[in-house]
Ligand binder design. Sequence first.
Ligand SMILES: Cc1ncc(COP(=O)(O)O)c(C=O)c1O
Length: 387
Amino acid sequence: MQLSKLIQNLPPYHFADAKRKIAERKAAGVDVINLSMGDPDLPAPTAVVECLCTAMQDVENHRYPEYGGMRALHEAIAAWFEQRFAVRLTPERDILPLLGSKEGLVYAGEAVLNAGDVALVPDPYYTVYVTASTTLGAQPYFLQLTEQNGYLPDLEHIPAEIVAKARILWLNYPNNPTAACAPREFFERVVTFAQRHNIVIIHDMAYAEVYFDDFRPTSILQIPGASDVAVELHSLSKTYNMAGFRAGMLLGNHELVDAVGRIKSNVDSGMFRPIQYAAIEALHLPPSWIQQRNAMYQRRRDLLAQGCNAMGMSTHSPKAGLYVWAHVPQGFTAREFASRLFDKTGVFVTPGSNFGAAGEGYIRISITTPEARIVTALERMKAIIEI
Ligand SMILES: Cc1ncc(COP(=O)(O)O)c(C=O)c1O
């Protein structure tokens, strides 16, 4: 069969391949410890599950849902966002529920980019930003994120001819994979930059609600004027341990929100109503639910960060997000170390180079595994470093 150029140029999604490898090793009897994905291992809140089951019993909910989501869900999202970020969104205008935030990234790209445009992509990156750009014929221009620049892109030194062709800037804080966070002043600079150069900012905030100590991640929509140039994506996947539910949201610039809604209504038929009710239930949970859950993640983060530093795989202790971003031991590339670790010990981590050239020299380790398993994984890591 003759397939399209798009599909010929589309690489397999890394984690689809990773899941297959893990299944093979497990079938061969290996005790695999998967520290590769930001897939919460803890259950969704009980009240959410009960709400979903109750809503399933109502046969009215078995019919096609509203394309753009129920009014009650828009209102629950607006109330949640205002309570968390002190920003009032207009429920019907500035909010679009999504079947997970990943699809929103792709559709936002489709709504903004044309072939030949430039897409500004911080490197390392969540790979969807690149595929969502290149499949449309746009050219990614990579902005290096390094320890030296605090993992914040240097907007001042992008060549003028690139800025002139740039239509989109992908941003993601708390960042995957580096676990870096951006201060409010950075978002202020970004909004000014986007206004000056007529660039659309897509801020992916999938990790907004996994934070530690007294730190609270900033939303770009807290910056005055941001909604003229930016949209932000949030997700219930990491926020409420609801990754399998597929519930996310696009917020901010109403023209772009409307455009993505138009694409979606031509592609899918909306979010299953019981999931919408479950999402509303989650958004009504008290902040203490998030804090208790984050306290558990914080213990895991501490174990991993201390363990890596003790082995000479230096890392900073992240203020937010689901990952520890650690240097690989000397003498290995990221991929060599990750492969050796998996082959010899069954511990599966992600090489930083999977997230772009700037990720070379690092591995990304997820904290979505119980403490006892993290301890075992660290022991196995230590053993292969010492060989
Ligand atoms: C940076 C980033 N954005 C978006 C997503 C997708 O999240 P969702 O489950 O809402 O589609 C992920 C998932 O890992 C992610 O890491």
